[in-house]
Design a protein around this ligand. Structure first.
Ligand SMILES: Nc1ncnc2c1ncn2[C@@H]1O[C@H](COP(=O)(O)OP(=O)(O)OP(=O)(O)O)[C@@H](O)[C@H]1O
Ligand SMILES: [Mg+2]
Length: 460
């Protein structure tokens, strides 16, 4: 087979250059040249024999959609039910899952647990490490008491050699730890660079689609918390999972940021133990801090992450500002907090312009949905007035710019979750009000922000 050549392509104008330069001679853009491999024509032809067009590796024959024979999407259990949940009900064969997270958060741990489980369950699994030595992997497996007799392991970083081994071994699942250590022989640049990552991922994705081997690929994150490497990496793969959670907490959350086979934003909750990551059966319970008495500024919101309602405590501290007032949101979007405070001023009559406002979501969770709006504002109002809200109160609802409380999806499910956990007062949007009364629970349906503020403050 002819060896692939590489050129330097401008990401701005797409012009190819034979040599690297700091500036594109065509469009004048700086630092826009990245190395890409150009496979000779014969390679393209050879590739099409094994079905190689695009990342999905489909043969380039035109047909109508109804002529495609669809095999039922088969899923493999990972041995950890919360992990299956995040993947949308198990790992789809031939899919590529990218998993990212802070250093030391548990990426290798969960994948080693999954690999040993899948190997023991007669799905052949291959663990390929580029970052750690095989003895380090074995040491971790022994510490976690994992069954090691069926899991095959290999230390390798060359993508072409990895594909050769995978083609021979044909495992149901392969783990690649991590994409930053892999390199392809078709490029001369060092492993970890943008072009190496993109090319390696493209080769592996194509391989997975053609062979049916599911791949877990570990990706490092940048200081800002996003996956290191080109953004296009996230488009190539089927599923992107992120680890969340504070390093001082023993809880870890895995969120599906993208999933072609399941709900996006699905959240799996785990506890880090000396025997590895264990699923948390009742995640709502860990995001509620339990005090003996009610304290101002604290409230429970009924959020929904992915397909599951979740009870989460939000805390606010509103205090006189010394100098420029500060607005700090942890676990929420800062701009949304600014907007909500403006709405509360205009439509709720509560002014925070001379105050510092700090809002924190307990447990290091990131709330991504608007159903948390009302809870955030009630927590701020409670802290400002120094008046505690009842511990038995749970809240959800979106706040609109004109002070209206808008309904949110899956209201009844959220309500049920709060009732299940023994909450006696529930403030919700009028559009989400239940048809029937719930015995022992006072449901307060509100349409405007000022109504919600008055109702909450008057509860005892
Ligand atoms: N003896 C131990 N007891 C309990 N937990 C441990 C023990 N040793 C390690 N851990 C946990 O395992 C974590 C390391 O997990 P792991 O190596 O899977 O992380 P990682 O995400 O793969 O990191 P990296 O990005 O560096 O590869 C540690 O942060 C710690 O929480
Ligand atoms: Mg690791």
């Amino acid at each position: 087979m002819a060896k692939a050549k590489s050129v330097y392509r401008c990401e701005q104008c797409g012009t190819d250059h034979l040599k690297w330069a700091g500036q594109c001679s065509d469009c004048g853009e700086w630092n826009s040249l990245t190395e890409v491999s150009i496979a000779p024509t014969v390679t393209h032809r050879a590739q099409s024999k094994i079905g190689g067009g695009g990342y999905a590796g489909q043969a380039a024959n035109v047909t109508t959609l109804n002529q495609i024979t669809v095999s039922h999407e088969s899923r493999l259990a990972t041995g950890i039910s919360e992990f299956d949940r995040v993947l949308g009900g198990g790992l789809v064969t031939g899919s590529v899952v990218l998993i990212g997270g802070d250093p030391g958060i548990g990426k290798s741990t969960i994948l080693l647990q999954t690999a040993t489980y899948m190997a023991a369950a007669k799905n052949s699994a291959l663990y390929i490490t580029g970052e750690e030595s095989l003895s380090q992997v074995a040491l971790r497996a022994n510490r976690l008491d994992l069954p090691t007799d069926k899991l095959r392991v290999m230390a390798e970083t060359c993508v072409e050699r990895i594909c050769d081994v995978l083609a021979q071994e044909r495992p149901a699942v392969a783990i690649l730890d991590s994409i930053q250590t892999l390199y392809t022989e078709s490029l001369q640049s060092a492993p970890g660079g943008v072009s190496q990552i993109r090319e390696s991922a493209a080769i592996l994705t194509r391989f997975a689609k053609n062979s049916g081997t599911a791949l877990f690929i570990v990706g490092h994150v940048t200081k800002e918390g996003s996956l290191a490497g080109p953004r296009v990496l996230e488009h190539m793969v089927d599923c992107v999972l992120y680890f969340e959670g504070q390093s001082d907490s023993r809880y870890r959350m895995i969120r599906a940021v993208k999933n072609r086979f399941g709900a996006v934003n699905e959240l799996g909750v785990f506890g880090m133990t000396d025997k590895g990551l264990k699923e948390v059966a009742n995640p709502s319970a860990i995001f509620l801090s339990r005090y003996d008495e009610a304290i101002p500024g604290s409230i429970v919101m009924i959020s929904r992450e992915g397909t599951r309602p979740l009870l989460v405590e939000v805390q606010a501290l509103v205090d006189d500002a010394h100098g420029q007032p500060r607005r700090v949101a942890l676990g929420l979007e800062q701009n949304r907090l600014n907007m909500l405070l403006a709405v509360m001023h205009r439509h709720g009559g509560v002014q925070t312009s001379g105050q510092d406002v700090y809002v924190n979501v307990v447990g290091g969770l990131k709330i991504t949905e608007t159903g948390s709006d009302l809870a955030v504002l009630l927590a701020c109002a409670s802290s400002l007035r120094g008046k505690a809200l009842p511990q038995q109160l749970a809240v959800f609802g979106e706040v609109g710019l004109s002070g209206e409380i808008r309904p949110v999806p899956n209201g009844q499910e959220r309500l049920k979750e709060a009732v299940k956990h023994g909450f006696k007062y529930i403030i919700l949007p009028r559009g989400n009000a239940p048809q029937k009364a719930i015995p022992g629970v006072k449901v307060i349906a509100v349409a405007r922000l000022h109504e919600a503020l008055t109702e909450a403050i008057n509860l005892d």
